[in-house]
Design a protein around this ligand. Structure first.
Ligand code: SAH
Length: 247
């Protein structure tokens, strides 16, 4: 019997940032294949399901993407409701394309469910808008990280340098390269930077500084996932107040 595979966004960590749709699917799921970043609190919403941890973390042994695709298809051919639970939103840096294709090729119906991406949990932690009138009307999501098969282009750096607010996923291990690439493309070294670790989760931590000292800021991070935001907008209320008084 062929079931349906749901690629579901688990949100950034806190279980109550899951969508109601995601919570309902978890409660009904026969099988859940989940990322390393999905919290126990979220997995507890699927007590009846068989759980498979197919997680990947930077610099650690991880499950091969082809294996995940094969397992997903195998489960979809055998069970009614298969949830593939991904950190944040599945449509952003989540390898959804490969998994969608694998299901389509095998004739397994597949549906995606959006989630709150780390960028939005980080903005919330900072209590800062990613766009501020007069400060930023462009936001870009980039990563310097690339798979072995990807060409070593610098489009991510060009996009990040061109945006007023740049949100950098999976960049903490390459902080020096990120700083150098952005400064080389004209971003002022004094532009504010915030690192948010484990946004919305138990160990949430914020480290602030500027682009010039990004590599030092990164050394203060712990073991949780971290996202970097570069832009005047995250200086938040301070920048806006300064601007208002200058006007
Ligand atoms: N699809 C996910 C991103 C997956 S890539 C999303 O939409 O959020 C994994 C990267 O996301 C991590 O290396 C880190 O940069 C970021 N990330 C994920 N969860 C995070 C969290 N709770 N706090 C900070 N960064 C996080």
């Amino acid at each position: 019997m062929t079931g349906t595979v749901y690629l579901v966004g688990a949100g950034p960590g806190a279980a109550d940032l899951l969508t109601l749709r995601a919570a309902r699917l978890l409660a009904e799921a026969d099988v859940v294949l989940h990322d390393a970043l999905v919290s126990d609190e979220v997995l507890a919403l699927a007590p009846q399901a068989k759980l498979y941890n197919v997680g990947k973390r930077a610099n650690r042994p991880s499950v091969d993407q082809r294996f995940i695709c094969r397992l997903l298809v195998r489960m979809g051919l055998r069970h009614a409701i298969v949830v593939r639970l991904k950190g944040g939103d599945p449509h952003l840096f989540g390898r959804a394309t490969e998994e969608l294709e694998a299901c389509r090729a095998a004739g397994v119906p597949v549906v995606t469910v959006p989630g709150i991406s780390a960028a939005f949990a980080a903005a919330s932690a900072l209590r800062a808008s990613l766009t501020s009138r007069g400060v930023s009307r462009s936001v870009t999501f980039v990563t310097p990280s690339r798979g072995a098969a990807c060409p070593p282009d610098m489009h991510w750096a060009e996009a990040a340098a061109a945006a007023e607010t740049a949100i950098i996923y999976m960049g903490a291990l390459q902080a020096e390269a990120v700083r150098d690439a952005l400064i080389a493309r004209g971003v002022p070294p004094s532009r504010p930077v915030a690192l948010v670790e484990s946004a919305s989760g138990k160990g949430e931590r914020i480290i602030r500084g500027d682009l010039a000292n990004l590599p030092n800021l990164v050394t203060q991070l712990g073991d949780g996932p971290a996202i970097m935001i570069v832009g005047e907008a995250i200086a938040g209320a301070r920048a806006i107040l300064k601007e208002a008084s200058a006007a």
